[in-house]
Design a protein around this ligand. Structure first.
Ligand SMILES: Nc1ncnc2c1ncn2[C@@H]1O[C@H](COP(=O)(O)OP(=O)(O)OP(=O)(O)O)[C@@H](O)[C@H]1O
Length: 929
């Protein structure tokens, strides 16, 4: 040791003289020393700068530092950096770490900050619902921000917080984690500021006490309010029930007995209580008074309830069709078990279990019949097509002028005594061409009556009726629980659904009620629920709730109630609406109907119902039918009835050709109408009536309606060779058929856009939608959702042309035996009277199969030949041969083709063949038409 101390001065002495001659080096040493002395200050400056950049999150550096610090300590990093900025600035100023900080500050702040980080992590992981891999989650979140050069994603308490949370959560779940965090925060503060622990605890308990008091006061106030409103509700119920039934729904058995004895001392014991106190006021008046006196938008008041009793009490000849709920009755929803988000269940319970409470008393049964609603009755008679503003005249269609034709026709009428025959149908003796070629003689025809039909047992709806009032209350309470002020104004029990009319208070958005469909269905334990917001033409929202059991609407009952109208054979009843009134449709106004619904939804029953109604009202001379049934089984029962113009068609190719013939028939009718200068079939028939009265020597036949029914459009549209023709024919009939008395009913179980094409949809504006599987299908038919919520078995949404929206209707049910009874009765009266010109022959089908219309095979001079024979007024092989300078074979083929297409008649000896088309029809028969 001594040796070393001795050696040092020597070495110093040696070194100093060497330094003197080098002043530059000294200067650099001074700089180094200066720098060394200032080092901490530079560090302080650097750290302060970085901290400021990170706090402000500016620039790549700022963001990078911020993310790095966040990775470790989490979202509260700015607080930490701000705290650290204080010592950094002290170092910057004084070159040394502040000496004022003691160990307890560091420890206290450390604990406090750990608490903050833990709180951050608890909040983050609970929000993300993450309860493992905490550190990985934090790293992923920070990586995201690093990649995006952002400092935005919440990272809770960073890695430290994550580790702390994983330990505390694993040990004691969230509760423990919160407890540890609070303890860390408190202890941190206590240690940091050296607070007296006792004082802290005292203050803590004071705070807790104050909070407890506050909570208790609030709870008491809330309880009082709830009790008050329940009491109010009871009072109002009691008053209403007392007024109405002399019954206190909340009184105990003994109270009631005592009251009964006191109030009606003289009353006959067997007399129902309500009779003893019957007042002059009607139930409606009582309800109205109660409503006026009591109701506010938020309080439940008894709605008007309309629940008609079965319309016909006649003993059924057949039971109602077995519905799933009928075979295995769905357990009655226990309304007391239904989760009612009401303030108090007591009234509900009392009302349900009160043995004296007879819900039948509440219900106003409407025994008087509700007048049938006829859809289409209010539509104008003008033949306006969709989008057309001025009525269509047939002179317009055919290029005829009424002035030009009328005198001729009048002269003809005066001379011949009957209407000029069509050029297509060969007139026969005593037969005028009033439309279809064959004239039906049905003077002795007797219309079938409803006696032939069976009574279908009406479904017992008493359970539904009993639950109406309670369900109305549940509906009201549920809406209220969602802060919707609305009153249930009226409840109408229909066959399939019950409609609740809800009147929202001012300021309540209708869409808010619409969005609650699922919640309301849950509260009412409903199979299906549809909201009509608002009911067209009313200031209420309609909530249609499926009945637990679907009531069957018997066809016979419905027809007997609707009445038979032989003057308007195409006004037919289809079922009952929600309001239980019969719903009729006027096919002449529809003027065509599209029926769609999945298999088994009730289309065929509906079509049978329409057909049966027509048969009950129309003689064959009034309505002719063309039935297309590709399924072969649905409509074949109608074969051989005299109303048919052709046997029921089941072959798609025949159907296509048949529809073309309908188009030709339509053209022919138009020609006839134009010649008489009348607007439509009604005008023509009026003219015939007048003519027959003024000149009894000849009897003109009225133009019959022609109803074309296609039971499965998909089968036609999927047959590629005919789909185009079918679509064209349907569209053409749809566009012009009404005035000519031709109406179409097209049904399909595949409501997709390749079947119901845009063209068909645009031209068949009246729709009947049965249950479908999806909202997409519903939109294809109705342009709106709803049909996917239907219940099947004849439950339909009926949207006729011009209606404000689809109307829910329960279709009537008739059995196959009913249909057979009707058709047998009709067939027994005579032979079928098919119209040859409308019947598609096998040859025509063959011609179609051998290259469609054969248009491509037509002679190149075809069009010129058509014009030529029109000018010549007849056709013969030799005249064509001569005129066009062609060979005999070629001219012969042309004449054969003309005959095949029905454009000329058969060979007529040496005379030219008769023309069977008019100049107006020429364009349709051209080669490229
Ligand atoms: N209005 C109704 N009332 C009660 N039940 C009905 C009603 N309509 C149909 N049903 C029941 O639904 C069943 C199927 O009806 P329907 O044959 O009319 O269905 P669909 O839609 O024509 O089916 P598909 O397209 O397969 O022919 C009937 O057998 C009947 O039991």
């Amino acid at each position: 040791m001594a040796a070393t101390t001795k050696r040092r001065p020597a070495s110093k002495a040696k070194a100093r003289p060497r330094k003197k001659p080098a002043p530059r080096k000294k200067a650099s040493n001074d700089t180094m020393t200066w720098l060394k002395d200032r080092g901490p200050q530079f560090l302080g400056l650097f750290a302060s700068l970085l901290a400021v950049l990170a706090i402000a999150k500016v620039g790549l550096v700022g963001k990078f530092i911020a993310n790095m610090v966040r990775l470790i300590v989490g979202g509260s990093y700015q607080f930490l950096l701000l705290v650290l900025l204080v010592p950094f600035l002290v170092v910057l100023a004084y070159g040394q770490w502040p000496r004022r900080f003691k160990w307890q500050h560091y420890v206290g702040f450390g604990l406090f900050y750990l608490g903050i980080m833990l709180v951050g992590s608890i909040l983050l992981f609970n929000k993300m619902n993450v309860h493992n891999n905490y550190t990985q989650v934090i790293q992923t979140l920070i990586n995201q921000d690093l990649n995006n050069h952002a400092v935005t994603t919440p990272v809770g308490g960073g890695l430290i917080g994550a580790v702390l949370y994983s330990a505390t959560y694993m040990a004691s779940s969230n509760f423990g984690a919160w407890l540890v965090a609070i303890v860390l925060l408190i202890i941190g503060l206590v240690v940091m500021f050296n607070l007296p622990l006792r004082e802290v605890f005292d203050n803590f308990f004071k705070l807790a006490e104050g909070t407890g008091d506050f909570v208790q006061t609030q709870a008491t106030t809330a309880h009082e309010k709830v009790t008050e409103s329940i009491e109010g509700f009871r009072d109002r119920q009691r008053t209403a029930m007392n007024d109405f039934f002399n019954d206190d729904p909340f009184a105990s058995e003994s109270d009631k007995a005592a009251k009964l004895a006191g109030v009606v001392p003289e009353a006959d014991a067997s007399q129902p209580v309500k009779l003893a106190t019957t007042k002059a006021k009607s139930p409606q008046d009582v309800l109205a008074d109660a409503a006026e006196a009591e109701a506010t938008a938020t309080e439940f008041k008894m709605p008007e309830i309309v629940a008609p009793m079965p319309h016909h009490e006649t003993t059924p000849t057949v039971p109602a069709p077995v519905t799933p709920s009928a075979t295995a009755p769905a357990p009655e929803p226990d309304l007391t078990q239904v989760p009612i988000p009401s303030l108090d269940d007591a009234p509900a319970a009392s009302m349900s279990f009160d043995p004296d409470f007879d819900p039948n008393d509440v219900i106003q049964s409407e025994h008087e019949e509700i007048a049938p609603v006829v859809f289409g009755a209010d539509l104008p008679d003008d033949d306006l097509l969709p989008g057309q503003e001025t009525p269509l005249t047939h002179a317009d269609i055919l290029g005829h002028s009424n002035q030009a034709t009328s005198p001729k026709t009048q002269a003809h009428q005066a001379g011949v005594g009957h209407v000029e025959p069509s050029t297509i149908t060969e007139p026969k003796a005593d037969v005028d061409a009033s439309g279809l070629g064959t004239v039906i003689d049905d003077k002795d025809y007797v219309l079938p009556t409803t006696e032939l039909l069976q009574h279908i047992g009406s479904t017992d709806q008493s359970a539904e009726r009993d639950a109406l009032n309670e369900k109305a209350r549940i509906l009201h309470e549920t809406l209220k629980s969602f802060n919707i002020n609305a009153t249930v104004e009226k409840v109408v029990l229909g066959p399939t659904v019950t409609q609740y009319e809800i009147k929202p208070a001012v300021g309540v958005k209708v869409s808010k009620i619409q969005n609650l469909a699922d919640d309301l269905a849950l509260a009412l334990a409903a199979k299906s629920l549809r909201i009509e917001a608002p009911i067209p033409g009313k200031n209420v929202v309609g909530i249609e709730v499926a009945n637990d059991q679907q009531a069957t609407v018997g066809f016979r009952d419905m027809v007997e109630e609707a009445g038979i109208d032989t003057e308007k054979p195409l006004v037919v009843p289809i079922g009952r609406g929600v309001t239980s009134g019969v719903v009729k449709l006027d096919l002449t106004k529809m003027p065509h109907l599209l029926i769609a619904g999945s298999t088994g939804s009730g289309k065929s029953v509906a079509i049978n119902g329409i057909l049966a109604s027509i048969l009950l009202q129309a003689k064959p001379s009034q309505v002719r039918l063309m039935l297309v049934d590709p399924k072969k089984v649905e409509l074949s029962v109608y074969n051989d009835i005299p109303h048919l113009i052709t046997p029921v068609i089941s072959d798609p190719k025949k159907a296509s050709l048949g529809l073309k013939k309908v188009v030709a028939e339509m053209d022919r009718r138009f020609k006839l109408l134009a010649e008489e200068g009348v607007r439509n079939i009604d005008g023509y028939n009026r003219f015939v009536e007048k003519q027959n009265t003024s000149d009894p020597s000849t009897v003109l036949q009225k133009m019959p309606y022609l109803v074309v029914i296609i039971d499965e459009l998909a089968d036609l549209m999927m047959t590629s060779t005919v789909s185009g023709d079918v679509e064209n024919a349907i569209v053409r009939i749809a566009q012009l058929g009404r005035a000519a008395g031709i109406h179409m009913i097209v049904a399909t179980q595949r409501p997709s856009v390749d079947i119901i094409t845009g063209l068909i949809k645009a031209n068949v504006p009246s729709r009947m939608a049965f249950a479908v599987s999806s909202g997409v299908d519903s939109r294809t038919i109705l342009d709106s959702n709803g049909a996917e919520k239907l219940l099947g078995r004849g439950d339909m949404l009926f949207a006729p042309i011009g209606s404000n929206g689809p109307q829910r209707v329960q279709g009537a049910f008739l059995t196959d035996e009913d249909v057979e009874a009707l058709t047998d009765f009709i067939k027994n009266q005579g032979e079928a009277q098919y119209d040859d010109s409308m019947t598609v022959s096998d040859e025509e089908v063959k011609a179609l199969e051998n290259g469609g219309d054969g248009a491509d095979d037509l002679d190149e001079k075809w069009d010129e030949v058509l014009e030529f024979i029109l000018r010549a007024g007849g056709a013969s092989t030799s005249s064509i041969q001569r005129h066009f300078g062609m060979g005999y074979n070629r001219a012969g083929r042309i004449v054969d083709a003309l005959e095949d297409r029905g454009l000329v008649g058969p060979a007529n000896g040496s005379k030219p063949r008769e023309l069977r088309f008019t100049p107006e029809m020429l364009d349709r028969f051209r080669k490229n038409a």
